[in-house]
Write a protein that binds this ligand. Structure first.
Ligand code: SF4
Length: 59
């Protein structure tokens, strides 16, 4: 799923949890897993945990 960084920050992260086990929101480019669709024009990106989305992989 390609998203702007601001859109991603309103999606739950599959890895991050609070101390009381509640899900946390995506950290966008502050996270090492965040990948930009195009590094030269960083408008949209995705979470690299699930691999490349179809729109990026060309499949
Ligand atoms: S990019 Fe990082 S913070 Fe965002 S959903 Fe993926 S693992 Fe979580």
């Amino acid at each position: 799923m390609l998203l702007t960084e601001n859109e991603a920050k309103f999606k739950f992260c599959p890895l991050l949890k609070t101390r009381d086990d509640k899900m946390k929101m995506c950290m966008g480019s502050q996270c090492m897993y965040w990948r930009w669709e195009n590094e030269n024009a960083p408008e949209k990106g995705y979470c690299g945990v699930a691999g490349k989305p179809v729109a990026v992989s060309g499949a």
